[in-house]
Design a protein around this ligand. Sequence first.
Ligand code: ADP
Ligand SMILES: Nc1ccn([C@@H]2O[C@H](COP(=O)(O)O)[C@@H](O)[C@H]2O)c(=O)n1
Length: 262
Amino acid sequence: MEQLNKTQSQRLPFLIGVAGGTASGKSSVCTKIMEQLGQAEMDHTQRQVVAISQDSFYRELTPTEKAKAQRGMFNFDHPDAFNEDLMYETLQCILKGNKVEIPSYNYCTNSLDFENMLVIYPADVVLFEGILVFYFPKIRDLFHMKLFVDTDSDTRLARRVPRDINERGRDLDAVLTQYMTFVKPAFEEFCSPTKKFADVIIPRGADNTVAIDLIVQHIRDFLNNRSLYGSTGNMSLFMNLDLSSGSSGAMAGDSACMRILC
Ligand SMILES: Nc1ncnc2c1ncn2[C@@H]1O[C@H](COP(=O)(O)OP(=O)(O)O)[C@@H](O)[C@H]1O
Ligand SMILES: Nc1ccn([C@@H]2O[C@H](COP(=O)(O)O)[C@@H](O)[C@H]2O)c(=O)n1
């Protein structure tokens, strides 16, 4: 394993995974966290906190798959749609404190956009968001903190339809066909079961200001007290908060509960 010098080791990031169903509010939660930390307006080379999307790790499609994708007939919600190895190698590189370049994703062409590479500079906190970020065990194990955005499926569908039509160049028929054929079944089979791995479950996504405030406070504590955190990035004391009942034993499967690492 590559030796790290002192400067690099001081910049080793705290890696946060943000999972949740499509249109649950994962990106909005990341944006809110960055805004509250005063990072959103900052020049990206200077940011202490950066957010990356799992969509940058979709694998390239063959011409036949692309034709299917244009009709809403390709399964982008199956784990096989992602390049797991590249995702793992990139996160490892980030965890070593290195600068990485990743492609952006073009939903209109269903392809990676290598013309518009995103440069991820070394940062103190890296948020990695996507539907299946907790699905792959070796990737899941890289996270110091795991958040699951838990928004009900009606709300998610109601948000996804206009988003896909207005921002992702889709028509209503293709969006609904894709949702019923692939998105909903894959959410139930692959995404929803990963909720049990979360440290913090955020009901209602970015509207949940209490949860976001607590997470932001945890990140601030990490940034202010880096030396108190072990090599795993976690402090040894665990605190369980159950916001639904006021009791302290939180269950990861209960969407009103939060388990905070503090
Ligand atoms: N709390 C909210 N209220 C209303 N619309 C929202 C809310 N959160 C997200 N959205 C909208 O829903 C869509 C999906 O949100 P986004 O944060 O991109 O979710 P994800 O990253 O999980 O796909 C976007 O169009 C966004 O503007
Ligand atoms: N070419 C693509 C790639 C992905 N999708 C859908 O995007 C969803 C994941 O992104 P979210 O922002 O919604 O988390 C996923 O459910 C894919 O179905 C797509 O439609 N086309």
